[in-house]
Design a protein around this ligand. Structure first.
Ligand SMILES: C[S@@+](CC[C@H](N)C(=O)[O-])C[C@H]1O[C@@H](n2cnc3c(N)ncnc32)[C@H](O)[C@@H]1O
Length: 447
C-alpha cells in the first residue's frame, strides 16, 4: 500500500463555504492520466470522471463485496472501478449510448470470444466485399441512393470507401443484445473518429463529433479524403489495448433508465440475482447544468450504433435551468435513500460553473450547496462535507465550449451525503485513508 500525503497536505481539497469541514485527500490528481483498468478508455465520453477519482472513493467508502451504484453512469467509470476492486458495480443511465458502454465493460466477453467473433466478421465481410463496396460507393455519391439504407451525407463523407463498406457491414451484422457483439460495437465506437492512425476517420477529434454543417463545409473547403483504414485491423489493435488487463470477475449490472427510479430498479435487479440489495456507496456525477447534448455531440457514433441522436437529447436531463434541476435531483435522492445501507454514503461530483466571462455565474455557482439545501436536506440526508476539485475539472467540456473556454471557469464540487450519523462518521473518518494505487492490483494479477 502506498502511503497518502500527510494530513494537511497542500493539495487537500478546499472546503465549500459554510459546509462542514471534510478533508478529502485528492490523491487521484497525482496519478497518471490513464491510471486504471485498460477497459476504462474504451470510448471517449463527455464529462466522464477519471478512473483514479472513482478508485479513491470506492477504496475509502466501500469494502470488497459491497454494492457500489452510479445512477448516472455515463461510460461506466464508477461501476467498472467497483468491479475491478471486488465490489458489485451497478451502473444506470438513460442514454442508450452510455448504457451500451457501461454494459460492455460490466459484462465483457473473454478475449478469446472477442477475437473469434472479430475474425468471423472479417471473413464474412471478405466473402461479400464487392457488394458492400458497391453499396458504399453508391451512398457516397448519393446518400439517398439506396431505399434500404438511409445515411446522412456527413456520415458518408467521413470515411474512405473501403472503411465505409466495412462499417455498413458491421452495422448490419452486429447484434447489440449479445455481450460479445455489444463489446465489439462499443470498441468500434471508440475508434470511429480521431486524429491518430488508430482511428477509422480523421475528419473529427476523438472526444466529440463536430457539428454536421461544420463537417460538410470543412470537407468541401479542404477537399477532405479520409485515409484508407481497415476496420478489422484497427479493431484487432483496439482489442489488444482493451484486453491489456484481464476482465474483472466480480458481478456488474448495467441498467437502462431514468435516474429518478434507479435506486428501486437497482435493488430489484440485485435481489433477482440474490445479491445484497442495498448500496454502501453511491458514486455519481449528475448531468451538467449547462446544455450538454450527448446525442448531438455523438451523432456519428449514434449513427453507427443505430441510435437516434435527437431522441437521446430529447430524453436526457442535461439542459436544465437551476430550479427544475434541483427538483430533478431531489427526486433522484428520494429514490436513492432506501437503496442505501444504514451507514451508506452518497458522493455527488457536481460540475459547477464558478465564473462565466469573469463574473460569478448566476446559475451555476454554489450549485453543490444548493443541491444540499434544496434537494438533499429536505429528503433527510446528512451532510458530511463539500469539497472543491478544480484541477481535473472536465477539460473535454471546456474544450467543447470553444471560445467560451477560459472565460467559463469549471470546478467540480464533491457533495458527500449520508443517511445516518454512523454514515456521517464513516464518511469523515475514511475521507483521508491512504489509498493503494498499485497497478495492476493483486486481485487482477492473480487471475
Ligand atoms: C456527467 S455524465 C456522467 C459521466 C460518468 N460519471 C462517467 O464517468 O462517464 C451525466 C450522465 O447523466 C445521464 N443522464 C442525463 N439525464 C438522465 C436521467 N434522467 N436519468 C439517467 N441518466 C441521465 C447522461 O446520459 C450522462 O451520461
Amino acid at each position: 500500500m502506498t502511503a497518502g500525503p500527510e494530513p494537511g497536505h497542500a493539495n487537500q481539497l478546499e472546503l465549500g463555504l459554510g459546509a462542514p469541514r471534510l478533508a478529502i485527500e485528492p490523491e487521484w490528481k497525482d496519478q497518471p492520466r490513464l491510471w486504471g483498468h485498460s477497459m476504462h478508455p474504451m470510448c471517449s465520453y463527455l464529462a466522464s470522471f477519471p478512473a483514479a477519482l472513482a478508485h479513491a472513493f470506492v477504496e475509502r467508502y466501500s469494502r470488497p463485496g459491497d454494492v457500489v451504484l452510479d445512477p448516472f453512469s455515463g461510460r461506466g467509470t464508477a461501476p467498472l472501478e467497483a468491479v475491478v476492486s471486488g465490489r458489485i458495480g451497478v451502473g444506470n443511465d438513460l442514454n442508450p449510448f452510455a448504457h451500451l458502454l457501461t454494459a460492455a465493460k460490466l459484462d465483457p466477453p473473454t478475449q478469446a470470444e472477442a477475437r473469434t467473433r472479430a475474425t468471423a466478421l472479417r471473413l464474412a465481410f471478405a466473402a461479400g466485399a464487392p457488394g458492400w463496396l458497391d453499396r458504399a460507393r453508391a451512398l457516397q455519391q448519393d446518400p439517398l441512393a439506396s431505399a434500404e439504407v438511409r445515411v446522412p451525407a456527413e456520415v458518408a463523407l467521413a470515411f474512405h470507401e473501403r472503411t465505409f463498406a466495412q462499417l455498413l457491414f458491421l452495422q448490419a451484422s452486429l447484434d447489440l443484445a449479445t455481450p460479445v457483439d455489444r463489446f465489439i460495437a462499443a470498441a468500434i465506437a471508440g475508434i470511429l473518429h480521431g486524429k491518430t492512425p488508430s482511428y477509422l476517420s480523421t475528419l473529427m477529434p476523438n472526444t466529440f463529433s463536430m457539428a454536421p454543417r461544420y463537417v460538410r463545409d470543412f470537407a468541401q473547403r479542404t477537399a477532405f479524403q479520409s485515409p484508407d483504414r481497415d476496420a478489422f485491423d484497427r479493431l484487432e489493435a483496439k482489442l489488444t489495448r482493451l484486453f491489456r488487463d484481464p476482465p474483472p470477475r466480480t458481478t456488474g449490472i448495467a441498467l437502462l433508465g431514468d435516474a429518478r427510479d434507479a435506486g428501486a430498479r437497482a435493488s430489484l435487479a440485485l435481489r433477482t440475482r440474490r445479491l445484497p440489495e442495498r448500496a454502501r456507496l453511491v458514486l455519481t456525477s449528475p448531468p451538467y447544468l449547462r446544455v450538454l447534448k450527448y446525442g448531438y455531440y455523438n451523432w456519428l457514433r449514434a449513427w453507427f450504433l443505430g441510435f437516434d441522436s435527437k431522441a437521446i437529447d430529447a430524453s436526457l436531463d442535461d439542459a436544465h435551468r437551476r430550479a427544475p434541476y434541483l427538483d430533478f435531483l431531489r427526486e433522484v435522492l428520494r429514490d436513492l435513500r432506501p437503496a442505501l445501507t444504514e451507514d451508506g454514503i452518497a458522493v455527488l461530483v457536481i460540475g459547477d460553473v464558478a465564473t462565466d466571462r469573469g463574473r460569478p455565474a448566476a446559475d451555476g455557482h454554489g450549485l453543490a450547496e444548493q443541491v444540499w439545501e434544496a434537494a438533499a436536506q429536505p429528503e433527510g440526508y446528512r451532510l458530511a462535507g463539500i469539497a472543491d476539485d478544480d484541477v481535473h475539472a472536465h477539460r473535454k467540456v471546456t474544450k467543447l465550449w470553444g471560445r467560451e473556454a477560459g472565460r467559463a471557469t469549471q470546478v467540480d464540487r464533491m457533495l458527500v451525503l449520508t443517511t445516518s450519523e454512523a454514515g456521517r462518521r464513516r464518511a469523515v473518518s475514511a475521507a483521508s485513508l491512504p489509498v493503494d494505487w498499485t497497478w495492476p492490483p493483486r486481485r487482477l494479477r492473480s487471475i
